[in-house]
Design a protein around this ligand. Sequence first.
Ligand SMILES: Cc1cc2nc3c(=O)[nH]c(=O)nc-3n(C[C@H](O)[C@H](O)[C@H](O)COP(=O)(O)OP(=O)(O)OC[C@H]3O[C@@H](n4cnc5c(N)ncnc54)[C@H](O)[C@@H]3O)c2cc1C
Length: 514
Amino acid sequence: MDKLIKTKEFDIIIIGGGATGLGCAVDAASRGYKTLLLEKSDFSKGTSSRSTKLVHGGVRYLAQGNIHLVREALLERGRLLRNAPHICHSSRFIVPAYNWWQKWFYGFGLWFYELLSGSLSLGKTRLLSYKQVLNYLPEIALKNLSGGVLYFDGQFDDSRLSINLAQTAIEKGAVVLNYCGVTDFLKNGSSIAGVKAKDETNGNEFSIAAKVVINATGVFADTLLQLAEGHKDQTISPSQGIHVVVEKHFFKGSVGMMIPKTDDGRVLFAIPWHNKVLIGTTDTPVSEISPEPKPLKEEVDFILKHFNRYSTSEIRYQDIKSVFAGLRPLAKLDGETKTSVMPRDHVIKVLPSGLVHVTGGKWTTYRSMAESAVNKAVRSAGLTFFGCQTKNLKICGFADNQVNTSLSVYGSDALHIQKLIDGDDSLKEKIHPLFSYTKAEVEWIIENEMALTVEDILARRTRLLFLDAKAAMEAAPLVARMLALQTGKDEGWEIKQVKSFSLLVGNYLIRNPH
Ligand SMILES: Cc1cc2nc3c(=O)[nH]c(=O)nc-3n(C[C@H](O)[C@H](O)[C@H](O)COP(=O)(O)OP(=O)(O)OC[C@H]3O[C@@H](n4cnc5c(N)ncnc54)[C@H](O)[C@@H]3O)c2cc1C
């Protein structure tokens, strides 16, 4: 805030602290531009904490013939795994086949997928026998199983990467604020000359001048676009995707499974994630855009039906530990209502007001989207052009050759957390008996990761809410106490935090609808 107040004019203001906005902030700051990022809620509160956690080219887009998108994403996959190895890693996936034709068909497709990644290939695609599939996936449905295909893709922790991107942008000189939303634009005639913003923690409002503004607010982008342009055009078709999380014993082994064709013609993944299994996703057109989208019963049914079709260990409603929904900011196609066929490419436009509007895309391609968006912003504002620096930029937390422990997701910061534990026995204590998260992590997060609420800590710094909603609720009072003590808040604030978190948890719990 101090730095913001002291800066007379920024070169670039970025609105939105999801994958796209944070990518733009890292890109702009590392080129040397005076950069400000404003996020209304917490970093990755929107879609960017609710993905399938894949760093991938998108096998499905290959089937749709979108080779350009797949090739670009595979290139970016390689870069991300190289620049953030502490948070992104290579994983094996199996596509089960129920006749010889499927096996060769998927085998060929996935071989081509690997070929497209060129020297950034993560490993060789190969055909598997019936017995080999069974070794990898002990719970696979056996009737008519003829074998399968093994291929490699990337996996990551989305909201942890967001925090590392915010840290990287700050390290490169950007001002990066969460809980600070843009409410309006400053204008010079019809051209945008900055933004009006509100500090959501105390209601203070202020105006900030900038040479150019980037709108990276995902599914919320149309609200700002309409404010900037003074019309009611809609550019986004939101599509909801949900995931359910269950215990590991429903899907043993360390590989993921891709179900190649669901009843609505898409793919479905079951992926080991933080010692649980993440299953998803769906593609449901929605009209309401909310920061907390709600999973629909038919979406949960859809996921259970497809998973149970491929597995001998049946999942029921009561087995679900957490369920979460996210909204895809798909670029609208005139006359098209089916969101599953809408392109996943990103769209970047410079609008008549000068606002740079960026939507669509994927987490995997956040870096290349940011590069293009900043290029456009710099040119449209007539700023001196400096080239992109992010292709080989190590992301904060970078640590290769790391030993795999529960602290690995913190990358190089794991050392500092370990020091806290070594220096104070009480910080070894877990925040929930069933999970490895310790008080030391919470203390570190509060001091170093800009977490302001219980939700920030339990949903996006640790992933407890996404892994087990009931456990997250049980951990909330302790986390609220630590947060209040460390930030000097009173008991009333602490009680309010627990209350509002409990309300939120309701969205992630399955209340048996049968
Ligand atoms: C179900 C699902 C699964 C997915 N799986 C994958 C996957 O496995 N791999 C992959 O690569 N991609 C995946 N994606 C795509 C990827 O998650 C998205 O493309 C990406 O997260 C979009 O990021 P964003 O920054 O554009 O939007 P968001 O993450 O939604 O960020 C926008 C931000 O803007 C903020 N904001 C809104 N209004 C304002 C304002 N007035 N002022 C300031 N801030 C504001 C919001 O609070 C929000 O944090 C998936 C998407 C979905 C929905």
